[in-house]
Design a protein around this ligand. Structure first.
Ligand code: SF4
Length: 258
């Protein structure tokens, strides 16, 4: 579901981010374009399009494992620090048809080449109620799960998700030890934003129901797919974070200048 800069290769970085530290990104999605079941107007990879030939060339678990192995060896030789291995990249990683097998392979490579390094995922949460996907998610050390809306209208505007809001919230509610990651966007025309009270009130309610370990509030810091939307002010992001804390959930706002 994006989130780490540039994902042209299977393994890229290390990328430094305020949320994840020094992270090697793992892009298990097909090389060309973006592969996602959401179509967020803020996506750094542009709008979701069907690939021109209709075919998806998914990288194999073997190829992904070898790419990670090689990169970790290089990092060891060059004494490059790597704090996390993060499944992210050009789309939604859990859509890979062999996602559970890939997670097993990545764990094995990590244990062999870099024991103790955290294995994380940035996911859009759309597959969190699939039993095989859930088991694979639980085999990772950290799960950063998207929840940008707590009501169906906002969900349609900010994610264009094919999965209902209720289904996403219920799946997240029963997935242990997660960090909710929410992208707040503003739209002067008020069509595609989720930062007004009309969206924040049901979203806060959904967050309280899920009771995650923490909530990360972020806003746009890359060029979005839609030129009609923009970032949310630091003041508003802090206000929303406070509302989450009032519900008894830990929250951190990542401000544009922090
Ligand atoms: S979930 Fe949204 S932001 Fe993430 S890759 Fe898909 S369309 Fe882009």
């Amino acid at each position: 579901m994006g989130g780490l800069a540039s994902a042209e290769e299977l393994v890229y970085g290390p990328v430094r981010s305020r949320r994840l530290g020094l992270s090697l990104g793992i892009n298990i999605l097909p090389a060309n374009g973006k592969t996602c079941n959401f179509d967020c107007p803020y996506c750094q990879y542009g709008w979701t399009r069907v690939s021109p030939d209709g075919a998806k060339r998914w990288p194999t678990p073997e190829k992904i494992g070898s790419a990670l192995s090689e990169r970790l060896r290089e990092a060891k030789l060059s004494r490059t620090r790597v704090e996390r291995l993060t499944l992210a990249g050009r789309g939604e990683p859990t859509l890979h048809p062999q996602f559970p097998e890939i997670v097993n392979r990545l764990r094995a490579v990590r244990d062999r080449e870099s024991p103790g390094t955290r294995l994380a995922i940035l996911s859009n949460s759309s597959t969190a109620d699939n039993p095989a996907t859930r088991a694979a998610l639980l085999a990772l050390d950290e799960r950063y799960m998207k929840l940008d809306a707590g009501d169906p209208i906002t969900l349609r505007h900010v994610n264009d998700s094919p999965i209902s809001c209720t289904r996403i919230v219920e799946a997240l509610r029963t997935l242990p030890d997660i960090v909710i990651q929410t992208m707040f966007v503003s739209d002067p025309a008020g069509r595609m934003d989720n930062c007004g009270d009309i969206a924040v009130i049901p979203w806060t309610r959904a967050v309280a129901r899920i009771a995650p370990r923490k909530v990360h509030l972020i806003t746009i810091d890359q060029t979005p797919a839609s030129s009609l939307i923009g970032p949310v002010s630091d003041v508003r992001l802090l206000e929303i974070a406070n509302r989450v804390r009032q519900r008894g959930v830990a929250a951190r706002a990542f401000l544009s200048d922090a």
